[in-house]
Design a protein around this ligand. Structure first.
Ligand SMILES: Cc1cc2nc3c(=O)[nH]c(=O)nc-3n(C[C@H](O)[C@H](O)[C@H](O)COP(=O)(O)OP(=O)(O)OC[C@H]3O[C@@H](n4cnc5c(N)ncnc54)[C@H](O)[C@@H]3O)c2cc1C
Length: 488
């Protein structure tokens, strides 16, 4: 038992400290507001100069891959009347997130500290009970610490900006989405796009906008597929009868996955729910694409190759060398655009979801509860303030333990894990927590369809929980992944 400390510096005492002002941190704040009085002191900390997280520093041509309404904070609405299917641009997302924060500011006594890094959080026993001590450092090196009744480290994905690849060749231009200027986009320089995920596809579409005649090669690892947006989010009256609700899609796919059959289950998912410009691909990272976008890409891309770039070397013309030893020539002055690695970073240490004395909550992919950091923050913060977190049989997945695994297995394990935990949330959190959750992508559909889907899932939830728990337990016990009910 740690020694008791007197907390006497009232200036530095907060009811809540949230680290991270991205969409995860803002969702944590939104949920916390339901439990905190208006007089509560809340500190919001971020190392960036403003709120908004990755949306403050992403590439100009980025757009949401999903209809904008459900990319939000709690159930705060977008303050415009664009059509529901509109895919917001990066600057519109940032504006929305900042407007959400504006709307929450008056609900508590909120202090914001930007350009401030959280170095560590520890918990201490005080005469007033357990407290979190947050160690901070401003960009000028000034250090301080604050005490809070609770702290939420909502770094979420902590998405790092992409950098150009380190390439030997002097005959090409190594760049990244942030480095592409208007001139690059409008020119007809050939392009080699490295990575076929959401960023690679955005980049290909942007480069096609500039000049359709340019040569664009996509180097697409093991290949990526996308959820079929036309099927997942049908528009207009079709919402009344068409489209796949995410709950039934997950139940269908998770129900087939037994831990050993990743390839055949993935094939079922691919053929039923997915789309991609060449209909190949082993990787699904939870993004969506429409039939029209897929068609434009398959028409506009000169070629799609599979493999991983090792380097580009100089010769009579530059040569792209792949990890498997194969190579191919590319024209001089090719723009080699790095579109890889958005989610590669992770913390060195695996944090506990909940600290031993219960004052610190971590939203972190190394102790993941749900594949979307937004929903993880929203639901976990409710459970944290309701003091039920430790009683909930949630599974904690260390996403690092999936690194290097087959991409099909990666996706199916994440889906099984998230589906399991969503069922547990449904069992343990009060109904209003769900009805106030604007992040729920089922909100795309009319109420009667949502209610039918909700009722079906509720009816079968025990068998869903049993099946997914058995799969996760088995994968954990045979060492395939680290996923267990291990909060500390
Ligand atoms: C190109 C792209 C497009 C995407 N589009 C979509 C989409 O359409 N729909 C969707 O659901 N998802 C999308 N995503 C996923 C997206 O990453 C998440 O939805 C979300 O924006 C991530 O938010 P976050 O708060 O978890 O992380 P971030 O936005 O990275 O925010 C984390 C914040 O925490 C701060 N922070 C971290 N550690 C510390 C510390 N120690 N001290 C101080 N501050 C700290 C960081 O500075 C950062 O501001 C997209 C991702 C990318 C890369």
């Amino acid at each position: 038992m740690p020694a008791q400390t007197n907390v006497d510096n009232t200036e530095d005492i907060y009811d809540l400290c949230i680290i991270g002002a991205g969409i995860s941190g803002l969702n944590a704040l939104y949920s916390a507001l339901h439990y905190l009085p208006q007089s509560a002191r809340v500190l919001l900390v971020d190392r960036k100069p403003t709120s908004g997280g990755m949306w403050t520093q992403t590439y100009d041509y980025v757009r949401l891959h999903q209809p904008h309404q459900m990319f939000t904070v709690g159930d705060l609405e977008w303050l415009w009347d664009k059509p529901p299917e509109y895919l917001a641009t990066g600057s519109e997302v940032l504006e929305h997130l900042q407007s959400c924060l504006d709307r929450m500011r008056c609900k508590v006594r909120l202090t914001e500290r930007y350009e401030t890094d959280c170095l560590r959080i520890e918990e201490i026993e005080t005469t007033l009970g357990a407290r979190a001590v947050v160690h901070l450092e401003r960009q000028d090196g000034t250090r301080s610490k604050i005490t809070a009744s609770r702290a939420i480290h909502a770094a979420g994905w902590d998405v790092p900006p992409i950098k150009p690849l380190n390439i030997t060749s002097q005959q090409i231009i190594s760049t990244c989405p942030m480095g592409l200027s208007e001139v690059d986009i409008k020119s007809n320089s050939p392009a080699l796009i490295i990575g076929g995920g959401k960023t690679g596809m955005d980049t290909a579409l942007a480069l096609m906008d500039g000049d359709n005649r340019r040569e664009i090669t996509l180097l697409n690892g093991k290949g990526a597929i996308f959820g079929n947006r036309d099927r997942m989010f049908p528009t207009g009256a079709k919402r009344w009868w068409q489209g796949e609700m995410v709950g039934s899609l997950s139940a269908d796919v998770v129900g087939r996955f037994n831990g050993d059959n990743a390839l055949s289950t993935f094939e079922h998912f691919r053929s039923r729910y997915a789309i991609s410009p060449d209909m190949h691909g082993a990787q699904y990272m939870f993004s969506t694409m429409s039939g029209a976008e897929s068609e434009r890409l398959s028409q506009g891309l000169t070629s799609i190759r599979h493999g991983y770039l090792e380097d580009v070397t100089d010769g009579p013309s530059p040569v792209a060398i792949l990890r498997d030893g194969t190579s191919f020539s590319i024209p001089r002055d090719t723009l080699v655009v790095n579109c890889t690695g958005h989610f590669a970073a992770s913390s060195d240490k695996r944090p506990a979801v909940l600290s031993p004395m219960g004052t610190i909550l971590h939203i972190n992919p190394r102790a993941s509860i749900y594949f979307l950091s937004t929903s993880a923050s929203y639901f976990l913060t409710h459970a944290f303030f309701l003091n039920v977190l430790r009683t909930m049989p949630l599974y904690v997945l260390d996403m690092d333990s999936l690194k290097g695994k087959q991409p099909q297995f990666y996706f199916l394990t994440c889906l099984t894990h998230s589906f399991h935990n969503m069922m547990v949330f449904m069992n343990h959190l009060p109904l209003p927590v769900f009805s106030r959750c604007g992040l729920d992508i089922n909100r795309w559909f009319p109420l009667h369809r949502r209610l039918i889907s909700f009722a079906r899932i509720k009816l079968r939830k025990h068998s869903y929980i049993g099946h997914s728990r058995a799969v996760l337990d088995r994968l954990h016990s045979d060492g395939s992944i680290s996923c267990q009910q291990d909060f500390d």
